[in-house]
Design a binder for this molecule. Sequence first.
Ligand SMILES: C[S@@+](CC[C@H](N)C(=O)[O-])C[C@H]1O[C@@H](n2cnc3c(N)ncnc32)[C@H](O)[C@@H]1O
Length: 282
Amino acid sequence: MILKMEESIREFQFQIIKSKMTANPNVRLVLEDNGVKGEHRVRDLRPIGVRENGKINAVTMDSDISTEVTTRESGCQILCDPGVAYYSSRLQTERIATAEEAKRLSDAIGSPIRVADPFCGVGPALAHMINIPNLVSSVLATDLNPGAIRLLNENLRRWMRLPFDIDNTEFTEWGEGLWSGVADAGQLEKMKVPMDFWNLLIINLPHKFLRFLPLLLPLMDSSKPYVVRGRLVCGDDEIPQIKTKISEDLPDGSDIIIDPRSEYSPSSKLCSVTIRTPDSST
Ligand SMILES: C[S@@+](CC[C@H](N)C(=O)[O-])C[C@H]1O[C@@H](n2cnc3c(N)ncnc32)[C@H](O)[C@@H]1O
């Protein structure tokens, strides 16, 4: 369980931890959240309560308790470590929607699809799709954070039953159509990733969505309809201009949906983005 702890209630910290852990018997560890930081978007966390042999204890400053944990989403098990790599259980509905989008795309194309997730973190979006039989034929899973890639490789090993060397975080083609590793999404072309090949692109880097979209579109197989799913932070009244700007890089007739989901700041919104290009063969 991850909690924000206001200074005004700090003196009651242990009572709060105890009541939360008593009410939620599956919680092993309570972590204080000091926000998401840096390029890797990792949470600054401090363990403050732990369940040991059924007893709830406070955690001392110098303890080295592991923050690695396995979560479950729609029947998928995802290994993550919120102290090492970004993971948010709140994005589960977005991931379910992405998997639905992937199924529609696969039906439209008439074959399993090729999915590129160049900001993949520990791979939660991929989990939902890989676990659907015959939906995905190729995967590109890359991230700047080596800690995220180690967890991702362990997840891929479990989901795909492949003999991964999880400590090898270098960009690697593990088998036909399966690439993972540390990579800057802006440098994929230089890393011999196939271009003009992918059917579904995921861009979950909300502050830089607009910067990366044009850099990543050359990945997409433009001979077939393709889909981009992502998240984007923008000013309250910027959505119409952003749609116009995005459409300049896309085939005519593309459907661009920018759906505000929550307040990001008093004057900006966090939006879910779906882009569908038309089927030019019909
Ligand atoms: C908001 S997190 C999303 C992670 C994952 N897609 C998820 O939904 O859990 C953004 C991720 O992008 C990675 N990242 C940031 N800049 C990057 C870049 N230039 N190239 C590749 N990955 C990057 C961070 O390390 C982080 O894991």
